[in-house]
Every structure is written in structure tokens, then in C-alpha cells.
Design a protein around this ligand. Structure first.
Ligand code: ATP
Ligand code: MG
Length: 261
């Protein structure tokens, strides 16, 4: 059975999508079967995985509204398969923004993704969900089906402030909707060791959250930022780049964590 993880942080631009696509590629590279669910109407995880979001015949939108199954809507990217880092993608595009409103009238509206994923859980080792930068009904659907949340964060002062809101939301979902949900870990991303403040915040995180902070640190690395315009994760675009190597190390750390769960 797959372990399901949300990559979430209600702050925008903190590295959620970069973490999701590179973790997916890293896990695939070390032999794991992976489904990536793009739960953001921006569709960045789809594009970053080599999927043309405007050409999607079926997407996570159809799955949430019950007009398609995951098996019907998932797609693959030939570029990733060729690189030996293939994973399945349940894509998203702007249409998904409407789902938020349309789902309000539906039954069990926060459990629609959970119900849909239950049919394919046996086919994967990992299901990774790229959440939008909000604590919306879409994010709630992600949190309701996940075993854990991975929180990418930059080591900056305001990062800690935003974390409190996310922790509260996760506590509420845990209490009311999903007893399995836990914060798996905080992932330090876009890290620049030359900046003293980043080192200080990194130490504060370790002191406060202990082993909830992943050992792997993702450095700021331009190759990771360049990769999406080529429609592949950095791990595929430039495997020797420091950022790519960090994500493969993170994939290995996740495999080890899951064995202990
Ligand atoms: P949103 O909230 O809009 O969904 P996000 O949290 O998914 O954003 P990303 O899109 O992953 O964030 O990253 C934001 C920007 O930072 C992108 O331009 C991305 O290429 C860049 N970026 C992410 N991680 C790194 C890194 N480790 N090194 C350099 N640039 C990075
Ligand atoms: Mg994103």
C-alpha cells in the first residue's frame, strides 16, 4: 500500500512544487513506484513533470468531481521514462480553480480525493500531493488522505510565523477528519549557508522541532530553477547538480523514514 504525503505550506513560492517533482523523480530513480497528484490550479507540478496542462483531456478536476477515475486521468511523461525516473501524474490546470466552488455542494466534499485514491493505492509505494499556497478545500482534500505532511520552508524569520497556522490546521484535521495525519518533517530548502540568518533559523528549527527536521538540506541551486522550462525535474535535467543530488538523498531519507512508519 502506498504511503501518501502532502507537500504543503500556505506560504507562496517556498519550494513546494520544486520539492514535489524532484522528490517524485528521486524516488523513481531509487526504484519506487510513484504517483504525483497536482492539486494546484497553477498546474506547475504538471508542467514541471513534462505535461502540457492545456492539452490534458482529464485531470484531477474530473477526479474530484467524480466524472473520471484516477486510472483514467493519470498520464506519464516520455522524457521522464526515458531518463529512468518515470512516475505517474494526475495533472491539473486552471479548471481546478472551479472545483473549489463546485465541490461545496457535494457530499463528503473534503474526502473526495481520498475516495478516488483508494482505488489505486495498491499500485504505488508513494503518492505525493503538491498543494496550492492556501489552506483551502483543495488542500483539505490532500490533508484528509495523507499519512503525513512534508513542509518545505526557507530558513527565514517569517517562515516560522507561518508555520504556526499550518501546524494548527494539521492538528484540527488530525482531530476531526484524519487520525493518521502527522507532520513528517520540515524540509529546509533554498538554503544558502553563507547567510548567517539562515544558519540561525536552521538551528532554531532543529532546537524546536528536533527529529521532525529532515537531515537532508536542499541548497539554493540555479539548475533546480532552470529545469521546469525544459519540462523535467532538476534530478533529470542535471543529475550532477548539487540540488539534484540533495533531492536524491532526500528520496533515500524518505524511503528509510517510511520503513519505520
Ligand atoms: P507556489 O506557492 O506558487 O505553488 P511553490 O511553493 O510551489 O510556489 P516553487 O514553485 O517550487 O514554490 O518555487 C518558487 C521559485 O523558487 C521557483 O522559481 C523555483 O524555480 C525556485 N526554487 C525552488 N527551489 C529552489 C532551489 N532549491 N534553488 C533555487 N531556486 C529554487
Ligand atoms: Mg507550487
Amino acid at each position: 500500500m502506498a504511503k501518501i504525503f502532502c507537500i504543503a505550506n500556505q506560504k507562496g513560492g517556498v519550494g513546494k512544487t520544486t520539492s514535489t517533482v524532484n522528490l517524485a523523480a528521486g524516488l523513481a530513480k531509487v526504484g519506487q513506484r510513484v504517483l504525483l497528484v497536482d492539486l494546484d490550479p497553477q498546474g506547475n507540478a504538471s508542467t514541471g513533470s513534462g505535461i502540457d496542462k492545456r492539452q490534458l483531456e482529464l485531470s484531477v478536476y474530473d477526479v474530484l468531481l467524480g466524472s473520471a477515475t484516477v486510472a483514467q486521468a493519470r498520464v506519464q511523461s516520455p522524457k521522464l521514462l526515458d531518463a529512468g525516473c518515470g512516475y505517474d501524474i494526475l495533472g491539473a490546470n486552471r479548471e481546478l480553480a472551479g472545483a473549489e466552488v463546485e465541490m461545496v455542494a457535494l457530499e463528503r466534499r473534503e474526502k473526495r480525493l481520498k475516495t478516488a485514491l483508494a482505488q489505486v493505492e495498491g499500485e504505488y509505494d508513494f503518492i505525493l500531493i503538491d498543494c496550492p499556497p492556501s489552506l483551502s478545500l483543495l488542500t483539505l482534500n490532500g490533508l484528509c488522505c495523507a499519512h503525513g505532511v512534508i513542509v518545505p520552508m526557507q530558513c527565514e524569520y517569517f517562515a516560522l510565523e507561518g508555520l504556526a497556522d499550518l501546524v494548527n490546521t494539521i492538528k484540527q484535521v488530525h482531530a476531526n477528519l484524519n487520525k493518521e495525519l502527522a507532520i513528517i518533517g520540515l524540509l529546509r530548502v533554498m538554503f544558502d549557508p553563507r547567510i548567517t540568518l539562515q544558519q540561525q533559523v536552521s538551528e532554531q528549527l532543529k532546537a524546536r522541532f528536533g527529529d521532525k527536521v529532515f537531515n537532508t538540506i536542499i541548497p539554493r541551486n540555479v539548475r533546480l530553477a532552470e529545469a521546469p522550462s525544459y519540462g523535467v525535474p532538476g534530478v533529470v535535467f542535471d543529475p550532477s547538480a548539487k540540488g539534484s543530488q540533495a533531492f536524491v538523498a532526500f528520496a533515500q531519507e524518505m524511503v528509510e523514514r517510511v520503513q519505520k512508519m
